[in-house]
Design a protein around this ligand. Sequence first.
Ligand code: F6R
Ligand code: MG
Ligand code: MG
Length: 365
Amino acid sequence: MPKTTISVIKADVGSFPGHSRTHPKLLEKAAKMLKEQEGKLLIDSFVTHCGDDLELIMTHTRGEDNEEVHKLAWDVFLECTKIAKSMKLYGAGQDLLADAFSGNVKGMGPGVAEMEFEERGSDPVLIFMADKTEPGAWNFFLYKIFADPFNTAGLVIDPSMHTGFIFEVHDVINKRRITFKTPEETYTLLSYIGACSRYVIKYVWRKDGIIAASTSTQRLNIMAGRYVGKDDPVMIVRAQSGLPSVGEVIEPFCTPIIVAGWMRGSHHGPFMPVGVCDANMTRFDGPPRAICLGFQVCNGKLIGPADMFDDVGFDRVRERCNELADIIRDQGPFEPHRLSLEEMEYTTLPGIEKQFRSRWEPIPE
Ligand code: F6R
Ligand code: MG
Ligand code: MG
């Protein structure tokens, strides 16, 4: 049996109204284009959206970074952009930073998380997709899932997980990477990944080499050199049989953490787990949200999805997120609701400084 690859590739190519949600016509077009490739380039596919991001979930046997698979995703985004433009949807084609495909969608605007693995006897996979936040938003959850025994009971009581995991961390500003082992290097790992805007967990492996998680690390604003919306990350996590269970993987989302993104990609706000029916951005263009679709992978076929956060078990964290949203919104344009000046460099704020630079004068000694 060849190895199975899951590729999750996403882009915002237009939405309605404003940056709120993807239009059904785009979802239909994307689903149709991927279906046509099933049995050819792809084994299976599923299309959904989180807010204004069109999410392509594809399975195949061609490994990560495959040119044809990436080209297919790029073509889907181009075709959907055409539809978005014909309806004057908002931000049509906004995440497509390049004019022509050049071998790999990475660096061209779309976000990419991929994972190649040998299927186990039964292989549950959870796909997380977020809108109005940045790739580092997953750091907290990945740490809790794979390194926190107070979250993941299996770290303590399952012998196959007891030795811990390996985290690959990317410095998205200086383009370098490093791996840390847990539990032995936990404190060092935390000293980096706590700075989510710069250090992003890319992969997690079990110590015997089994791949457990993969995320998208693309930062649009840094790639484009100007503000073009937030990066709205995706993540693939495998579960069960010597990996954290499905319940252990989604448990950390019961904590209402504060992430960067939200309005104009420039505000901190609560990260709310929601069902797909609620994956539409409303209040203050948010609040930042995550959805999670669960599948069993069977010879590359996606059995599912199960809409994991569409459940009363997550009602309380949603309530707490709404409370936090009320509290932090009251601060209006003041930090720390608004991002720090350093992070605002990647937004439209420098445009204001440019307009007013000439009016500043030195303070007399
Ligand atoms: C955040 C986002 C929105 C827009 C905001 C302003 O990622 O997409 O909050 O930044 O709606 O959009 P423009 O500048 O296009 O009017
Ligand atoms: Mg948008
Ligand atoms: Mg988005």
